[in-house]
Ligand binder design. Structure first.
Ligand code: SAM
Length: 200
C-alpha cells in the first residue's frame, strides 16, 4: 500500500486489533450477532477481528480504494467475504438511516480514526458520524488530558457519554519517511461511548 499522510493512514498492528475486538466483544458483548460499522477501516484488521468474534455483518467504510483493495484481498483469502462488506465512501457522505432498519437491530461502531494531527477536525467527524446511527461506539484516541477533556465536552453536545476508558499501547510500524524508529509505542485510550438515556 502507498499510505497517504493527509488521511492519517496507519495500519493497526494485528495484536492490538484482536485485543480491542476482544475488549468490545468479550468484555462488553457488543460484537456477537451485531451489525458492526468499521469507520475508516483501512486494510480491515479491526473488521476481520470482529468477524472472528461472530459479528453478523461488518460494513467496512473507507475513502481510499487502494486500502479497500487490500481489505478485499485479505477477506477473500480468509473466506469472510459474505460477512465483511467493503464500502468506498468519504464518511461525510456515508449515512445509515435508523428509521429504515429493524428497531431491535443493535449497531456497534468500532473506529481507529485519524487523530486529527493532519487535519484538526478529522477525529470529530468520525465521532459525530458514529453517534448518528450507533448504539455504542469504540474509538481510539491519543491518551492525554487535553484530548480527554476535549472529548468529554464534545460528546455532550450529542447527548453521548463516556462509559469506559481502556488505556492501551498501540505498536506503530514505520509508515512514513519522517518516522525515525522501526516501531514506536503510542499511548492511547480506547473509549467506549454510549448514548445517554433520556429520563422520563
Ligand atoms: C488511522 S487509519 C486506521 C485504519 C484501520 N482502521 C486500522 O486500524 O488499521 C484511518 C483510516 O481512515 C481513513 N479515512 C480518513 N479520512 C476519511 C474519510 N473522510 N472518510 C473515510 N475514511 C477516511 C483513512 O483512509 C485510513 O484508512
Amino acid at each position: 500500500m502507498n499510505p497517504k499522510i493527509e488521511l492519517e493512514q496507519y495500519c493497526i498492528d494485528a495484536q492490538s486489533a484482536v485485543d480491542i475486538a476482544y475488549f468490545a466483544g468479550v468484555e462488553f458483548n457488543d460484537i456477537k450477532n451485531q451489525l458492526i460499522i468499521d469507520l475508516g477501516a483501512g486494510t480491515g484488521r479491526l473488521s476481520i477481528a470482529c468477524a472472528y468474534l461472530q459479528a453478523s455483518y461488518i460494513l467496512s467504510v473507507d475513502i481510499d480504494m487502494n486500502a479497500l483493495r487490500i481489505l478485499k484481498t485479505n477477506i477473500n483469502g480468509l473466506g469472510l467475504e459474505t460477512i465483511i462488506l467493503p464500502i468506498c465512501s468519504d464518511i461525510n457522505h456515508f449515512e445509515i438511516v435508523r428509521q429504515l432498519l429493524p428497531k431491535e437491530l443493535h449497531i456497534t461502531t468500532i473506529e481507529n480514526p485519524p487523530f486529527g494531527v493532519q487535519k484538526k477536525t478529522a477525529d470529530r467527524i468520525f465521532l459525530q458520524k458514529a453517534f448518528s446511527f450507533s448504539d455504542v461506539v469504540y474509538s481510539i484516541h491519543l491518551a492525554n488530558q487535553k484530548v480527554h477533556q476535549f472529548l468529554t465536552s464534545f460528546i455532550k453536545k450529542f447527548n453521548w457519554g463516556i462509559d469506559y476508558v481502556f488505556p492501551f499501547q498501540l505498536k506503530l510500524d514505520r509508515t512514513y519517511e519522517f518516522h525515525k524508529q522501526k516501531t514506536k509505542s503510542v499511548d492511547v485510550n480506547i473509549y467506549r461511548f454510549k448514548r445517554k438515556e433520556i429520563r422520563k
